[in-house]
Ligand binder design. Structure first.
Ligand code: AMP
Ligand code: GLY
Length: 420
């Protein structure tokens, strides 16, 4: 089968590497791909969000199956366009992708279907939001309704900070139309867990749990990023908690989406916080996490194409999905300055990766060399019988990779080791 994956990050590299192991895959394409993906797939110079061009390419090249991997193409309707042209896809259609594309949609879904989440109010008027902030509990959390490149969540420690965030989002339109409405949310505390799941709209199969490290610097200091490293499984997510979440969060969410007339097919990502009062949903994502995919997919023993097709054909219940009984650790190497301003085009020297695998996130081929091309550049992933072993192997490989300005967190996995 000829498969097309849309996107250019570490997540897409992980999906492509897993698909490359399927005996039924004869040819892989990526649009636009990156320097690492180019070793496994033919990269075509089309942006993942240029949906018409993607559809035309897929039709012209007789693509058998497509995987729009990121939130932007999914929320913009990539699945609707491709399936409308006869190309089956793994991923939610535009209506179902609202679960990530609109915070108001997802919060109302949770409230209406009794799915545990932080308390909240919705505002489409800045004056009303500012008045509410005079009396609400502090700290509080302000979220832009729409997609905002992972930057639309502000944890405000004071009323002034909260009001500034509201002004920036609703009046200055810092995130454009994504800020026409906002959610003001109760501030929760507790360990965070990412649980990705496969679902065909009827059956939901959770994957191995993971723990992202979102802040830029060691000790969870610095700015929020797309994710500086991740480990799996997450030791805070016990069997007891996972059973509770299946009954109270995962199945109710799938049923709620079906009841709303937009059954979700694809990878549904549950961002959970384990609060003193029990697990709460912090966010839904309509796709694999990045870098979560880089630790979860290497632990998968079942053919990923078989799963993708079963999801698309709504027969996921027939599959018995198997996982390795191991741990995985991914350390992201980023460009100096990320998540703010950084420079690109620096040559990367890849030393011996040993037992680790180097996922490319922001790289490109330039005259035969691989150079940096993004904020998060590489994700160095290793698996091991224990988390400590996986961490040791990943960090041993990280030490051998160099480019100008490279930086990475030295403590990926430490919190998990303490929690286990
Ligand atoms: P997001 O960009 O939606 O992934 O959110 C970024 C981070 O903000 C999450 O990973 C949490 O750490 C934090 N966060 C979001 N909502 C809340 C909340 N209600 N209480 C505390 N922290 C939150
Ligand atoms: N790593 C968090 C996300 O993919 O949204």
């Amino acid at each position: 089968m000829k498969i097309l994956v849309l996107g250019s990050g570490g997540r897409e590299h992980a999906i492509i590497r897993a698909l490359a192991q399927s005996p039924r895959v004869t040819k892989l394409y990526a649009a636009p791909g990156n320097g690492g993906i180019a070793q496994l797939a033919e990269c075509v110079d089309i942006a993942a969000t240029d949906i018409e061009a993607v559809r035309d390419f897929a039709v012209a090249n007789a693509i058998d199956f497509a995987v729009p991997a990121g939130d932007s193409p999914l929320v913009a309707g990539a699945v609707d366009a491709l399936e409308g042209a006869g190309i089956p896809c793994f991923g939610p259609n535009k209506a179902a992708a609202q679960i990530e594309g609109s915070k108001v949609f997802s919060k109302d879904l949770m409230r209406n279907y009794n799915i545990p989440t932080a308390g909240y109010e919705v505002f489409d008027d800045a004056a009303a939001a500012l008045a509410y902030l005079d009396t609400c509990a502090i700290p509080t959390v302000i979220k832009a309704d729409g997609l905002a490149l992972g930057k639309g969540v502000i944890i405000a420690q004071t009323r002034d900070e909260a009001k500034l965030a509201v002004r920036e989002i609703m009046l200055d339109k810092k995130f454009g139309a994504s800020g026409n409405r906002i959610v003001v949310e109760e501030f929760l505390t507790g360990p965070e867990v990412s649980v990705l799941s496969f679902t065909d709209g009827k059956t939901v199969v959770p994957m191995v749990s993971s723990m992202d490290h979102k802040r830029a610097l060691d000790g969870d200091k610095g700015l929020n990023t797309g994710g500086m490293g991740v480990i799996a499984p997450n030791p805070f997510y016990t069997t007891e908690i996972s059973t509770w979440c299946e009954v109270n969060v995962f199945t109710p969410t799938i049923e709620a989406m079906a009841a709303e007339g937009c059954p979700f097919k694809g990878c549904l990502y549950f961002g959970l916080m384990l609060t003193p009062n029990g697990p709460r949903v912090i966010e839904y994502n309509c796709r694999f996490g990045d870098p979560e995919a880089q630790v979860v997919l290497p632990l998968l023993n079942t053919d990923l194409l078989d799963i993708f097709e079963a999801v698309q054909q709504e027969r996921l219940a027939e599959l018995d999905i198997q996982w390795k009984d191991e741990s995985a650790c991914c350390v992201v190497i980023a460009s100096g300055g990320y998540p703010e301003k950084y420079s690109t085009g620096h040559a990367i020297s890849f030393g011996d990766a040993g037992d680790a695998f180097v996922y490319h996130a922001g790289t490109k081929l330039a005259g035969g060399d691989i150079v940096t091309a993004g904020g998060r550049v590489l994700g160095i992933t290793a698996t091991g019988a224990s988390l400590q072993q996986a961490m040791n192997k990943a960090y041993a490989a990280v030490d051998n990779i160099h480019f100008d300005g490279a930086f990475y967190r030295k403590d990926i996995g430490q919190k998990a080791l303490q929690g286990s």
